[in-house]
Write a protein that binds this ligand. Sequence first.
Ligand SMILES: [Zn+2]
Length: 64
Amino acid sequence: MPSINEFIGPKPTQDQVSGLEKIIGSKPCAKCELDSTEYFWDPNNFIMTWTCIGGHNNSLKVNG
Ligand SMILES: [Zn+2]
């Protein structure tokens, strides 16, 4: 069993807290013509999320 102290050590970054992997790459927005410049991959839920330059949130569930 890991000690509880291991969880309150150095402050994790936001990405580590959410468990998301930040990936540089453009993704098309479903609501406008603007692309995002990066996206996030949630390996636990198989969901890709990205926000376009216009501020729209997009997500895509990947099956299998
Ligand atoms: Zn958009």
